[in-house]
Design a protein around this ligand. Structure first.
Ligand SMILES: NC(=O)C1=CN([C@@H]2O[C@H](COP(=O)(O)OP(=O)(O)OC[C@H]3O[C@@H](n4cnc5c(N)ncnc54)[C@H](OP(=O)(O)O)[C@@H]3O)[C@@H](O)[C@H]2O)C=CC1
Ligand SMILES: CC(C)CCC[C@@H](C)[C@H]1CC=C2C3=C(CC[C@@]21C)[C@@]1(C)CC[C@H](O)C(C)(C)[C@@H]1CC3
Length: 396
């Protein structure tokens, strides 16, 4: 809990330092005046309030989540993409009225500080709220009795205030949309400093906007991810969603602002191709599984080979899910590589995301494997026999 914020501040500080060494010491240790700003707090709270207001707007659709322990299903508004468009319109209006968006890049440290503070306070409130939640509302992990462990993992599965779902809101709105807004501010700032944004900055902005736009367009798919169906809402996700995502996932764009990198058109085309391949695998795999889980007789998936399980559910063994056991992770990792390549190969720092993400997905894959083995038993073993590789064909 201390190491994660420390890593985030380390990355923010080294990204703007001359040597930009991932493993080097930060150029200076920020004092309270560099971290604390009432304006940053005001801006952050306004941002959270704005995104919460967008969440509460009428949605084009209400989706049902997975069945819970008490056999009920929660309902979720599907209006994340609408929130992204409204945010873009508002920011566009602001910029045309003279709002200095590039200035946001000067406030990253105090904003990251207030986001971290919010995550700690929010997690504490969530921990306290879980004390009065019924046992059926608690997450399978995160209720060990060790308060520090439970505070970190999160005790309640789907904490809500009336119909407002705190975890679903945080997972997709303030952090993800904040990430692309920070990227955009870095692009604007680069244009102000150097006359126009660099090709590398355009690529990083474009790729990551596609990733965030995709997440919000296919918002309903998040309801079947491990975070929503299995993990409690505690410090890990609150900090991850609110602080880690916007301030560390924008690291490549931060690096590019302070360390401009030349990029040939031919190299840029290769990088675009890598991103496109990654995206096709990621989207193809996620959509195939979601379509199959919603309706196995959908013509798009009806011809795929499957294994039956004792639970009545089936497992795909052909198509994307017959290539490796987590094709979506493979696609995500290929995209992560494409996001770092525009930053060149002179520094390790822009590859931090790729390294962290590999570790996260390897660990996540192992957790999922454990859960699937528990759920599906012998059928899962048979799936592992038929599809022996986890993430990368013939390698892992
Ligand atoms: N950018 C980021 O920081 C992060 C991105 N991600 C991305 O989020 C996405 C979701 O990931 P995550 O929630 O971890 O897991 P998945 O979407 O991979 O879901 C795993 C579940 O899929 C089902 N499943 C597994 N194999 C099969 C099969 N052969 N046929 C049918 N169903 C199967 C099982 O659930 P069941 O059988 O119950 O349906 C399993 O528990 C991924 O694309 C990942 O890359 C994840 C973490 C961080
Ligand atoms: C800080 C810790 C070390 C780890 C925190 C992990 C979180 C940052 C991630 C856990 C799962 C995530 C997902 C996405 C973002 C990062 C977190 C919150 C996701 C919303 C990104 C966009 C994708 O399209 C997705 C599939 C919707 C992702 C779902 C999981």
């Amino acid at each position: 809990m201390l190491l994660l914020p420390a890593t985030m501040f380390h990355l923010l500080l080294v990204a703007r330092s001359g040597p930009a060494r991932l493993l080097g010491l930060p150029p200076y240790l920020p004092g309270p005046e560099a971290l604390w700003s009432p304006w940053a707090l005001l801006l952050w709270l306004t941002w959270l309030g704005l995104q919460a207001a967008f969440y509460l707007l009428p949605a084009r659709k209400m989706a049902e989540g997975q069945e819970l322990k008490d056999k009920t299903r929660l309902r979720y508004p599907i209006n994340g993409f609408q929130a992204l468009v409204l945010t873009a319109l508002l920011v566009g209006l602001g910029v045309s009225a003279g709002l200095p968006l590039g200035m946001l890049t000067e406030m990253l440290l105090p904003l990251a500080f207030v986001a971290t503070l919010t995550a700690f306070i929010f997690s504490l409130l969530l921990y306290l709220k879980a004390l009065i939640a019924p046992a059926s509302a608690l997450a399978p992990g995160g209720n060990s009795g060790n308060p520090i462990y439970d505070f970190f993992l999160g005790r309640e599965l789907n904490p809500r205030i009336c119909s407002f779902d705190c975890k679903y809101f945080c997972e997709l709105r303030p952090g993800l949309i904040g990430w692309v807004l920070i990227n955009l501010a870095l692009l604007v700032q680069e244009a102000e400093l150097r006359g126009s944004p660099s090709l590398a900055m355009w690529l990083v902005n474009g790729f990551q906007l596609l990733y965030v736009g995709d997440a919000l367009w296919y918002e309903e798919a998040v309801l079947t991810t491990m975070d929503i169906t299995h993990d409690g809402f505690g410090f890990m996700l609150a900090f991850g969603d609110l602080a880690w995502v916007p301030f560390t996932y924008s690291l490549q764009a931060q690096f590019l602002l302070y360390h401009p990198q030349p990029l040939e058109l031919s190299m840029a085309s290769v990088i675009c191709l890598i991103n496109a391949v990654g995206y096709c695998i990621f989207r193809g795999a996620n959509s195939q599984k979601n379509t199959f889980r919603k309706n196995p007789s959908d013509p798009r998936v009806a011809g795929l080979e499957t294994i039956s399980t004792a639970t009545g559910r089936q497992l795909l063994v052909s198509g994307w899910w017959g290539m490796v056991r987590h094709p979506n992770y493979l696609g995500d990792l290929i995209m992560a590589l494409a996001w770092s390549l525009p930053c060149g190969v002179s520094h390790l720092l822009p590859y931090f995301y790729l390294l962290y993400f590999t570790a996260l997905l390897v660990h996540r894959e192992a957790r999922d494997e454990q859960q699937c083995l528990q759920k599906y038993g012998l059928a899962w073993r048979e799936y592992c026999r038929r599809v022996p590789y986890r993430i990368v064909p013939y390698i892992y």
